[in-house]
Design a protein. Structure first.
Length: 70
């Protein structure tokens, strides 16, 4: 069972990741990049054409984190 410190640490990690993602996304929007907003890896053209901004591994990690804090 997680104690208050673990919960707070997870919350802080989530908030820092979200803030960094927003910064990367704003830079990506300005530069028109073809890379993931979280890690910077290339995103396949088909995936980008569907409107995805994250590569598959980052999208899976984001969904995992969201399910933990939902």
């Amino acid at each position: 069972m997680a104690d208050d410190a673990d919960i707070a640490s997870d919350f802080i990690d989530n908030e820092v990741s979200r803030a960094l993602g927003k910064i990367r996304q704003s830079m990506t929007n300005k530069m028109g990049s073809k890379t993931c907003v979280d890690c910077g890896d290339a995103i396949p053209d088909v995936r980008r054409s569907l409107g995805f901004k994250l590569c598959v591994p980052c999208a899976e990690e984001s969904e995992r984190r969201n399910s933990l804090f939902a």
